[in-house]
Write a protein that binds this ligand. Sequence first.
Ligand SMILES: [Zn+2]
Length: 333
Amino acid sequence: MEYQKSSHPLQQISTGEILSIHAYTFTGSTSGATIYLQANLHGPEILGTAILGKLITRLEQANDIPGKVIIVPCANPIGVNAVGYNALVGRWNLHNGTNWNRIFTNHLAWKNLEEQKNYYQSKLTQSNLSIEKKLGATLKLLSWEATHVIDIHTAGSQSVPHLFTFEDSSQIFSYLGSKVHLILTKEYASGAFDESHVLPFIDTLPKDIIPKVCTWEVHNHSEIDNSVVLERFQQLWNCLSYIWGNEKKLEMHEPSMFLANNATHLVAPVAGYYSWQKQIGTNIKIDEVYATVYQPWHNQTLSIKAEREFILLGKYGIDAIAEGEQIGWIVYL
Ligand SMILES: [Zn+2]
């Protein structure tokens, strides 16, 4: 298939070069879903960019698709260029600490998608426009007419594939193959990209025309593992095939569903050098030891036990840590 490639200037840096967002739009000959996919909104979360590269190649080889597919392989060139001491560190804008996935509007109510488009178009013409508002408006204008949105992220230094979605979209995105679904609700609202396509319409539009959205946490940060890229691409293709109505050949795996409100960061109960005793994906029961902690100031090692039962979804990979700082991503049972 042929496609249109468009470039959207985002930020001129101090030496004059311009960072841009690139979008690939494949338009089929028959009507159907408008599927918007993006990756790398958070700088260290690069694997999705490679997965979407495979999707572009696959669609180039396709004869036709129903509807439209819009692909933004790198949603945040500022974030991915933020590096420090062998690490990608652009989860936040390093200038001001803003989390790049908390910049979207979800507190307003719009009666139709056009109103949303007009809102973001007017944002782009405002004076005193912050780069967060410019990035937010640019991505929303690329995705404003989407019926389906898949925002690809990664989590931790190791993580179990999981995704965030609303309850009525869980079945569609189960074809992505993640075993854990964290269910978003109105109360969870945080300013993330996924929910910004739903919450402003939740009281104004019929359920069946509100976009179906998910944030898909595909693997761990800062790594391109080719075998994982291939596996996730196949899962993504399964999900797109389902949306396109080719579901008969597919096998769907029932995910475990939890309220996103029950997912949280696990923090270090004591300071020291942590050594995990459990693997990601493990269900850890009350009083089970999940880590040992070496405390060098008195040369002792403590065992850390779970105070509540949880599933360990991800490890953050900083082994020497102060009390109360984040060490993992969990969901309480
Ligand atoms: Zn992320």
